[in-house]
Design a protein around this ligand. Sequence first.
Ligand SMILES: [Zn+2]
Length: 449
Amino acid sequence: MAGPDGGTGRGKDPLRAALPLGTVGGIPVRVNWSAVVIFALIAFGLAAWDFPALDPHQSPLTYFLAGVLTTAVYLASLLAHELAHSLVARRYGVTVKSITLWLLGGISELRGETPGPAAEARIAGAGPLTSLLLGGIFIGLAALVRTGHPARASIPGVIFTALAYLGVSNVVLAVFNVIPAAPLDGGRLLRAVVWWRTGDKVKATVWASRAGQVFGWICIAGGLYVFFLTRDWIWLWFSLIGWFLAGSATAEAQQAVLAGRLRGIRASQVMTPDPVTVRGSMTVSEFIEDYMFRARHQGFPVTGDGGDTVAGLVTLDRIKHVPASQRDRTRLADIACPLADIATASPEDSVADILPRLTECADRRALVFSDGHLAGIITPSDITRMIDRLGSSGPHDDKPAPALSADVHALLMAIRQRLAADTAPVPVTSATAPLPGSVRSTPATSTRW
Ligand SMILES: [Zn+2]
């Protein structure tokens, strides 16, 4: 029988701690708490400073509503950007697991391989194109409002400011995200081009992620440098973005190198054959008595009541999370990760292809089926062992990152800062006449974030 399985209990992805917003087109949309905080800050900044400064003499309620609505529409624009990626990805047979909005923008979690460089380019390009289109629409609407009501310091003035803000934010969202550095959309476009020119996907991924690492480090160093010169903390925000980009790009580069090494290895060469299965009708208490302390593995395929058909997989990690008081009534089938959410493969499949499909749900285990019968199980440590055998000096990280399309909305802060800094401070109290061609705001010295 098999050797011991790999370790469990790895750190949970902080992005998993997200509030479900609902589903759009069958794709779960979630908001991480960090996004809630940042969007509350944006709404507050707009309502408390920007709108009163640009269009004075309105009621606090007007500013509050304008701030909240503008932020909500911005959030919806960001979501539209992510949905564009996801819907195009789905058209090419790539599974979209979720869309999460968080501190730095949006993340679409994709599973499965893109069929080719053209599909890759279209999936990556759909997001920025959507933002550009939205930006154009908002700027056009702003121009309409301005033509109809040239006076600022009025309700239409507030609407103009909100539309102009949304227009510029969306255009900057599009432009920043096409910088050719993974995991930004531009990095995906770069990967598509290199993949198309060389026919080598691994090489293309390495190129795009190296570009992401370089760009990330430039952001970190540049942001810190300018921060120390200007003491303007907005630059620390760029450093934070750089840190995220460099980290994600490094993980992607490692995964690409790993995939390259595992290319020629078949599932049958790494799997643990004939794993011990357990019945789904068995309670957690029965399992703990009969299996837990004798078992040498940590993952068990669960069979349905009808016989040997595999319906899911339980891990010791899942079993440990069942409170002692409920162990008598909880069946293994209740806590198993369903088969639909587990990576499955045939013995001939390449391990490099299975690697990106390993999901958190089954603690990154894959089940191998031969002619419809369970033939084996692949654990992260099986793959790590194979990498060791191949003489890899590479990372021993058994947690492959899912393909992410990450978008950064740092720009928002930058725009707000620019609005404040680029224009001559005009005393708010005397601001009744419109300043053609410029946007007035509070002095740049006000600290907002
Ligand atoms: Zn994007």
